[in-house]
Ligand binder design. Structure first.
Ligand SMILES: Cc1ncc(COP(=O)(O)O)c(C=O)c1O
Length: 400
């Protein structure tokens, strides 16, 4: 820790950075490299590098088992898996898809690539997910499906959403990218709705470098999704559905397979980091941590720091100060998606408030408990010197 004695020592104002290498927010878990190279040696020897090779098939079987579902269909990434899934469920119909407005920025684009229009919907203040009441307001005559997004801190209220879907005859699907390893009513996320989608991106819990997959119990949908990822081929040279090249290759499958056994340990280390943050920040006023449910399995993926409305500095100022020090914190899901899409969108007040006050703090395999203690000491210094920080920021603005 390089000590900060005056605000001039803060990296944002020209002082030396706290960390000599960045502390990111992504998981960046290292697969078992011995296992990875052994799998890849086999792939090279067998001359199978892509096109539904044995490693992809092995990964799919292990993930279907993990999620307790009949089918896992691997894709090149979660985005393409979501596009293929939504396009399949739409089945050629044009219309809209209800999505939460408080989630990953790419989601509305994914809906549009799938040929539908996103309808942004407000979220619950505690779970940060869709609720039946918020969705009921967003339904339209042309609504084709609901796309719930599980959050790291909470799955969607699945029973409620599915009852609503049933009542209106609208299928429910889940973006489960942040639900890996979590349960709902004791059952693994992955087995709910028509289908669920996960990511194998390096920043996610299970590291395939890139990759994604769909889980489903629907045999027909699974078969269709297998054809769609492979140009739509139904036989040697016949195509019977709109397809693309969205195959997962053997390198990515090998990485995910070599990481899979380590998943419980990754989640345990995430939980230790969450506990370390709670402990280290305990005496800093005006800050709290978004809680994870105690009664279900969770993946502890994100430490989410919430600032009270009267905190002495803005959320974005604190993020800028942390980032300058090499602690790559990020405003959590800000701005809300409906405002990114259309600044004149009708208000969705819960998400708009949430998007102003939460910070996604550094975590993952590159962040140690000691790093967290240094970050807490830094934030303690910042809050004690808030008036001087504000003055230094004002001086920079004035000099512009
Ligand atoms: C909620 C959510 N959905 C989908 C994706 C897309 O995943 P991928 O990078 O595998 O396409 C992400 C990526 O961050 C995400 O956070």
């Amino acid at each position: 820790m390089n000590d900060k004695h005056t605000v001039a020592d803060l990296a944002l104002f020209g002082g030396p950075a706290l960390f000599d290498r960045p502390r990111p927010i992504g998981q960046l878990a290292k697969p078992d490299t011995e296992h990875f190279f052994e799998l890849m040696r086999g792939a090279f020897e067998g001359r199978r590098l892509s096109n539904n090779g044995p490693l992809v098939q092995q990964l799919e079987a292990r993930l279907a088992d993990f999620h307790a579902v009949r089918h896992c269909i691997a894709y090149a990434n979660a985005g393409l898996a979501l596009i293929a899934l939504m396009e399949s469920v739409a089945g050629g119909r044009k219309g809209s898809v209800v999505i939460p407005t408080f989630t990953y920025t790419g989601l509305p684009h994914i809906v549009r690539w799938a040929g539908s229009e996103p309808i942004f919907c407000d979220v619950d203040k505690d779970t940060h997910t869709l609720t039946a009441a918020s969705v009921a307001n967003a339904l339209r005559d042309d609504t084709l499906m609901l796309l719930g997004v599980h959050q790291a801190n909470s799955p969607c209220p699945i029973d409620e959403l599915e009852a609503l879907g049933k009542q209106h005859g609208i299928p429910v699907l889940y973006d489960a990218v942040h639900g890996l390893g979590a349960t709902y009513r004791g059952k693994p996320i992955g087995g709910f709705g028509i289908a669920e989608v996960f990511s194998l991106h390096a920043t996610k819990l299970l590291n395939g470098f890139e990759g994604g997959y769909v889980t489903t119990d629907n045999d027909e949908l699974a078969a269709l999704l297998r054809r769609k990822r492979n140009f739509g081929y139904s036989g040697e040279c016949s195509i019977d559905t709109l397809g693309m090249n969205a195959k997962l290759n053997e390198i990515h499958a090998a990485s995910a397979l070599a990481a899979l056994d380590g998943l419980p340990a990754i989640i345990a280390r995430n939980r230790a980091r969450l506990r370390a943050y709670e402990e280290a920040f305990r005496d800093i006023p005006g800050l709290s941590w978004i809680p994870y449910p105690q009664e279900e399995a969770t993946n502890a993926e994100f430490p989410l720091l919430r600032l009270s409305h009267d905190w002495p500095l803005s959320r974005d100022t604190l993020v800028a100060l942390l980032r300058a020090e090499g602690a790559l914190a990020r405003p959590y899901y800000a701005p809300a998606l409906h405002l990114q899409d259309n600044p004149h969108h009708a208000p969705l007040p819960v998400a708009e408030t949430l998007s102003t006050c939460i910070i996604q703090m550094p975590t993952g395999e590159s962040v140690s408990v000691e790093d967290i203690e240094h970050i807490a000491a830094l934030v303690r210094f910042i809050v004690l010197n808030a008036p001087a920080v504000r003055a230094a920021l004002a001086a920079i603005e004035e000099a512009k």
